[in-house]
Structures are given as C-alpha cells and as structure tokens.
Design a protein around this ligand. Sequence first.
Ligand code: PRP
Ligand code: URA
Length: 206
Amino acid sequence: MHEEITHPLVQHKLALIRDQDTGHKKFRELATEITMFVCYEALKEVRMKNVNVQTPVAEAQCKKIAQDLVVIPILRAGVGMLEGILDLAPTARVGFLGMFRDENTKEPVAYYKKLPRESKEALCIIVDPMLATGGSTVAAIDEVKAAGAKDIVVVCIVTCPEGLQAVESVHPDVKVYTASIDKCLDDRKYIVPGLGDAGDRLFGTK
Ligand code: PRP
Ligand code: URA
C-alpha cells in the first residue's frame, strides 16, 4: 500500500529541494515543510474515539485521537524529518534506528536502536527521506514489529517503484506515504532523479 501526496504546494517544494544549488540550510527547511504535508496525510491512520463536547450552544459529537504516536527516524537522514512531524504532533514519543547502506553491497547495516516501550500500542511512524532499494525501510519495519508494534506507517520524501515493491512484498500491511514516486534507481542504487545523498545535503557533509 502506498500514497503519493501530489498537492501543488508539495510539488513546488519538491522542485526546490531537488535543485542541486539548494544549500543545506534551505534543504533542511524544505525537508521540514514537505514532511509536514506528507505526515499530515499519514496521520489519517491514527485511531480515534468518539467524545461529546458541550459548545456554548449544544452538545457536539466529536472525535479525539485515542492512540499514542511514536516517530522513528532512521539515522541519520531521518533526523531531517523530525522537526516537521513534531510540529504536527508535539506529544509524540521518539525512537531511533541507526542504519547506513554499505557502499558496496547497498545492504543496510544496523548500528543503533532505542524504541519507546509504548511502541506496541502506538501508531509508529518510520521517517526517512529516501526509500531507494527499500532495504533500510524493510529492516526498520522488521525492528519495529519485533518490538511488538502492530500499527506502522512509513513516511518518506522520495521513493521509486523498486523500493515500494520491496517494502510491499515483505510488509503488505504497512502503508508508505511519499511526496514523490520517482522513475527508477541508477546503477549506484540512487533514486533517479531523486535528491542525491539526502544525509549529506541535510547536514552539509560529503
Ligand atoms: C540513506 C537513506 C536511507 C537509505 C535508503 O541512508 O537516508 O536510510 O539510504 O536506501 P535503501 O532504501 O536502498 O536502503 P544512508 O545509508 O545514506 O545513511 P545516512 O542517513 O547516515 O546518510
Ligand atoms: N540514499 C540517498 O541519500 N539517496 C538515494 O538516492 C539513495 C539512497
């Protein structure tokens, strides 16, 4: 399952963040803004409860959020999406999964894990700007499921058909929300046209 958020504001900001001349300050701001739009859609998945509220005029049948939220950035680039989602959901707990792609095999290498105990009952939102081969996202979902979580969504900024296929074949119960489904992967397993190396562009490294 996946959903591409094609709102004009998202498309406009994607044009800016893709530009190779966009420096790390602006890249970070755009990552935050795009994250807010895509996470707004992903938060449709949260469980709600009915409540009655007394307005000055009458009783209203309303709904409130009935589920904890746990945001899980995949280190390092996922940290670039944390501010955007916490602006929307300031009471969310935060877990971290450290993973990098081995330069030769392109397989994810896990190096850190700290998930809140509440993950089991919460809506867990895994965030990483790039879902390329899908290896890192599949491994992250494996970890979050191993912690007992049942309600999991993934939010990324850019993905491609290969990555979506990889995630959907292993975890068909987890929906991916993205700002763009790009064309393909290149021979270095970078998304085309993509954003380049999201971690380096966010943090000004190379
Ligand atoms: C990038 C990106 C994802 C992963 C995507 O991280 O942020 O985590 O690659 O690739 P995949 O879908 O093929 O697994 P990277 O390994 O560059 O680490 P970094 O975030 O520390 O820069
Ligand atoms: N990681 C990135 O940062 N960019 C890609 O295109 C693929 C993996």
